[in-house]
Design a protein. Structure first.
Length: 402
């Protein structure tokens, strides 16, 4: 893996906006606008390198599923902060019925610098930083503008990117799991000011329509509750039998509609009324506590970082650590603690993971976002940041296989 500087295409902003990336710029605290989509550089991989990374991703996904099973089997949902008995019951039932529930995609965030045993330079293998398998974003840019960029700038090259085809195929295979009667709704929150959630949902809806599904768009705020029929309905009072939501389960099970969600939850048993995608068992994978449980189950695994739930333990004195809230997006609440600093156990539930400073390429800190569709590796998106935490000011850079 190497970083190459490039000259951006003339009119690049309009180009990527026309391809669905309507948020190509980021507003910084000083009110300046800077590129989020950044094609002033790209990352170059070899094919054997990508093939090896694909194997790592699929192994990590299998390990995460095994860890989820362990959490349910050993009644450890409280370790994830899931203490409401009704929510715990919903997650457990969804896990046991997972073969009957549509489940689409997820994104691994990986630490990787391209200097592992593949090229004999003896660097560290890819390490899991976290897994978002409930509401992952940065999908649009990874699937579409990135591919068209490659075709224009590197004709005849390749890319770790089969996202679109795999998403369409996944909807085709899972169509039989959707309840009959009415469209599959695609919902995002109207509170999304940037348009990222809107376009992510719009893109996923497009892949579902290409798979032959009947779909309908709606905002979460426009979903209503019919007291007479005790069902969720759209603005036209039509019963919502199934819905893909880019809305975290921890919100869905705690906002004012939470009792209705749990009362009418269709977990594949045919007795509920609304099927939500992603399913409730994805709460097991999108919680940072998973990182500690993985380390407990697979201690010393080359693609894992040491992680604990009860405090930083030896990490404080030896290698440093990062404290991560169990739930959160875009680095919110994450703190970095250098080696030798006094151990700090935070009041809120956290995962304490070994500090692995993101690889530095010319002052840019890079993290790989490796996508999984169903159970297979499907693509790559790369984000850069100026600091050790990949936050809302990160930039997206395209990649190519040469």
């Amino acid at each position: 893996m190497e970083r190459r500087t490039l000259t951006p295409r003339p009119g690049w902003q309009q180009t990527v906006e026309d391809q669905g990336l309507i948020y190509p710029l980021t507003r910084y605290p000083d009110d300046s606008l800077r590129p989020y989509w950044d094609e002033s550089a790209c990352y170059v991989f070899s094919l054997p390198e990508v093939e090896a990374l694909e194997e790592v991703v699929e192994e990590l996904h299998a390990m995460c599923l095994a860890a989820a099973g362990h959490i349910v089997e050993h009644d450890r949902l409280a370790d994830l902060g899931i203490t409401d008995p009704r929510v715990a019951e919903a997650v457990t039932e969804a896990w046991h019925r997972r073969a009957e529930l549509p489940s689409l995609y997820g994104r691994f965030d990986l630490h990787y610098d391209g200097r592992d045993s593949l090229d004999g330079r003896g660097g560290a293998p890819a390490k899991l930083l976290e897994y978002n398998a409930d509401t992952p974003t940065s999908l649009v840019e990874a699937a579409s503008p990135q591919w068209f960029w490659m075709e224009e700038r590197f004709p005849g090259a390749d890319q770790w990117n089969s996202l679109h085809e795999r998403l369409v195929d996944a909807w085709k295979k899972q169509a039989a799991l959707l309840p009959p009667g009415g469209p599959l709704y695609f919902a995002h929150s109207a509170g999304d000011e940037l348009g990222e959630d809107l376009m992510t949902v719009a893109y996923l809806r497009e892949t579902a329509e290409q798979a032959g599904l009947d779909t309908e768009a709606i905002s979460m705020e426009d979903i209503g509750w019919d007291r007479l029929s005790r069902r969720f309905v759209d603005k036209k009072l039509r019963f919502m039998r199934s819905c893909f939501k880019l809305y975290p389960w921890e919100w869905l099970t705690t906002d004012r509609f939470a009792p209705h969600v749990l009362d009418t939850l269709d977990n594949g048993g045919g007795t509920g009324s609304t099927l939500w995608i992603e399913p409730a068992w994805k709460m097991l994978l999108s919680n940072k506590a998973l990182l500690a449980i993985l380390w407990e189950l697979y201690p010393g695994h080359p693609n894992l970082l040491p992680a604990y739930l009860d405090g930083p333990r030896e990490l404080a004195s030896e290698r440093g650590y990062v404290a991560k809230p169990l739930l959160g997006r875009e680095g919110a609440g994450v703190t970095v603690h250098e080696p030798g600093s006094p151990p700090v156990v935070r009041e809120e539930a956290c995962c304490y993971q070994e500090l692995a400073p993101l690889p530095d390429f010319d002052g840019n800190r890079v993290v790989l976002g490796a996508w999984v569709v169903e159970d297979e590796s499907a693509g790559l998106g790369i984000r850069e940041s100026s600091g050790l935490i990949t936050d809302e000011y990160a930039r997206f850079l395209p990649h190519v296989i040469l």
